[in-house]
Design a protein around this ligand. Structure first.
Ligand code: AGP
Length: 608
């Protein structure tokens, strides 16, 4: 959940490390720091706050060293502060480390090290690692590093810098992602590709329990048991432009606006209009196993879990396959009943969410086929599942997920169509679904034109403290997602609910200060939604409704409407989600919130 960077080469490391940290800031942004080898001493600059605060802290200080490490933090152990910020030094100031992950047995290790006389400065779990290296160091830093890691329980992505061995950096990973960017006489290290892409697209992905010795001219990869590992150099699937704002005030608005293109990219080469079908290369050879599975268990967290719920509706309706949706964090510890005929599909934008990765490993050891639906190419979940599909939605930098969500739903729709066409879904129906699907991007363009109208509605939300989001059927998960977007970026306590459930409690919350956002598109449960609107209005509730363009019924019943183009019921979530993303965005902007880096959040939750 932190971002780590490293550089060794011919150029001054400081500007390269600062830039790399800015690219990774969406991973954690409560404090930051850098260490650079200068005149065979370790220079350190660190601070509470964002990278820009660190730049101010460093000011114009001349730091010309050509090897260094950096860190941007999401605090797990010890509050955000200068002393708890990384890098951490050993007692003699000869070894510095940056770490992404959690050392679960740190307190036992810490008491042992303190008993040996080591002095700790911070409350972090990480600091034990640098003192362990110091304790094991007898002239061979690599050996001391390996011995230290063998004592560690938990997760790590680590980079070590030392004046004892000035000509190389040491890195290792277990559970936290790490990418090594290879260039001519220069090597760039980052928690993900966005930290290195402006310098090179040639990268090496480290696997769990691998380490690398990165010299100025050569990189060696070995296991923690000291076996040599040959690695292939892969190409990053995106370029620098894709991780820049390109004139938008926020990454979130850019990513909302990109959805017509990103959804088209998720469909590209995968839709078979003539046959009313689709094809997903990554799952070729697994369709029969999926089709004949006794259960398809979809597991995920946060927004990806909401997409999973829509996947349940799609696959059960179009393919009549039994689907269960599980919160990964509960699934992994519940000792779930799974057998070898079950298939477990893990959905994760980042492909690094710790709970979802653990759920995959749990399913694997119980013999289920594991599949992944990920956006980040080369991510842990993508590499650890038996097979899977990439979203092709491009890098998602805004912490609040938007384009990844709609692309997840597009791919789940294609999966449901393929499985349906293998069963009772007629070619005619398949053609209707695929034809409507390819028309969705244009319809989203029309919704994106309504920014100003939605901004006006946001003005009436910005001074509220609570909100209720309601939907039925396919749009119940969209209500959950709309509420999550509003929560995570505007800090308004918004709750999503199945509309029918309102009468069983939440209706007690209804009054003129409780905005109710309701999805009221004309589908098989439309009449029920109309009754729910009546119940809310009867209690003085203030209602914002998402409706189809020509709906003149709801308009007369509610306080304001957001109109969207028509589509078929099973595809409505791809349209109804957009106005809710935009509403949350403008409400947060009007409240002066940090939309791309909301407080207390981070883009990828790589710790438990
Ligand atoms: C969504 O806006 C949040 N950033 C968060 O809920 C996110 O969806 C969740 O952490 C899962 O992330 P993943 O898809 O990368 O696994």
């Amino acid at each position: 959940m932190c971002g780590i960077v490293g550089y060794i080469g011919k150029s001054a490391a400081l500007p390269i490390l600062l830039n790399g940290l800015k690219r990774l800031e969406y991973r954690g942004y409560d404090s930051a720091g850098i260490a650079i080898l200068q005149d065979n001493k370790i220079w350190i600059g660190k601070n509470r706050g964002k990278i820009k605060d660190l730049e101010i802290e460093i000011g114009g200080e001349e730091v010309g060293g050509t090897v260094g490490i950096g860190h941007t933090r999401w605090a797990t152990h010890g509050e955000p502060s200068r002393v708890n910020a990384h890098p951490h030094l050993d007692c003699k100031g000869e070894v510095a480390i940056v770490h992404n992950g959690i050392i679960e047995n740190y307190s036992i290790l810490k008491s042992r090290l303190q008993a040996e006389g080591h002095k700790f400065k911070s409350q972090t779990d990480t600091e034990v690692l640098v003192h362990l290296i110091e304790m094991f160091y007898k002239g061979d830093l690599i050996n001391a590093f390996r011995k230290s890691l063998r004592l560690v329980q938990g997760t790590f992505g680590i980079i070590v810098l030392s004046s004892l061995q000035p000509d190389y950096l040491l890195v290792a990973r277990r559970g936290s992602p790490l990418v090594i960017g290879i260039a001519d006489g220069e090597t760039y290290i980052g928690s993900d590709g966005s930290a290195v892409v402006e310098h090179t697209r040639d990268v090496i992905y480290l696997e769990d329990d691998e380490m690398a010795i990165i010299g100025r001219d050569e990189t060696q990869v070995r296991t923690l048991q000291d076996k040599k590992v040959s690695k292939s150099v892969e190409k990053l699937p995106f370029d620098l432009n894709e991780i820049q704002k390109e004139g938008y005030p926020h990454f979130m608005l850019k990513e909302i606006s990109e959805q017509p293109r990103t959804m088209a990219d998720s469909m590209r080469g995968r839709i078979l209009l003539e046959e009313g079908n689709a094809k997903l290369g990554g799952l070729e050879g697994y369709w029969d196993r999926l089709r004949d599975s006794s259960r398809l268990i979809i597991t995920a967290c946060g927004t990806s879990w909401h997409a999973a719920l829509i996947g349940e509706y799609l696959i059960e309706q179009l393919a009549q396959i039994h689907v269960e949706v599980e919160y990964a964090s509960e699934f992994r510890y519940r000792n779930p009943v799974i057998d070898k005929n079950d298939v477990v599909l893990a959905i994760s934008q980042s492909g690094e969410t710790a709970d979802t990765l653990a759920a995959v490993r749990e399913a694997k050891c119980k013999g289920a086929l594991t599949l992944g639906l990920c956006n980040v190419v080369g991510s842990s979940i993508a590499r650890e599942t038996d097979a899977g599909v990439y979203l092709h939605a491009g890098p998602e930098i805004g912490v609040a997920s938007t384009k990844a969500f709609t692309s997840q739903v597009v791919v789940l729709t294609m999966m449901a169509t393929i499985l349906g066409r293998m069963g009772h879904l007629a070619a005619e129906d398949g053609r209707m679904i695929t034809q409507e699907l390819v028309e969705i991007p244009d319809k989203i363009n029309r919704i994106l034109q309504k920014q100003d109208q939605i901004k006006d509605i946001a003005r009436t939300m910005a001074d509220k403290h609570n909100a209720l989001y309601l939907g039925r059927g396919y749009n119940y998960p969209v209500a959950l997602e709309g509420a999550l977007k509003m929560k995570e970026i505007s800090y308004i306590h918004a709750e999503g609910y199945p509309a029918a459930e309102m009468k069983h409690g939440p209706i007690a919350l209804i009054d003129e200060n409780m905005p109710v956002v309701i999805i009221a598109v004309k589908d098989s449960v439309y009449d029920k939604i109309l009754s729910n609107i009546e119940e809310i209005k009867a209690r003085g509730g203030w209602v914002i409704a998402v409706v189809f363009e020509d709906d003149n019924v709801v308009k007369k019943k509610v306080d304001c409407v957001i109109e969207i183009p028509h589509t078929i019921q099973c595809l409505t979530p791809l349209l109804t989600a957009i106005p809710l993303q935009i509403l949350a965005y403008h409400t947060a902007v009007l409240k002066g919130c940090d939309v791309d880096q909301p407080r207390n959040l981070a883009k990828s939750v790589t710790v438990e």
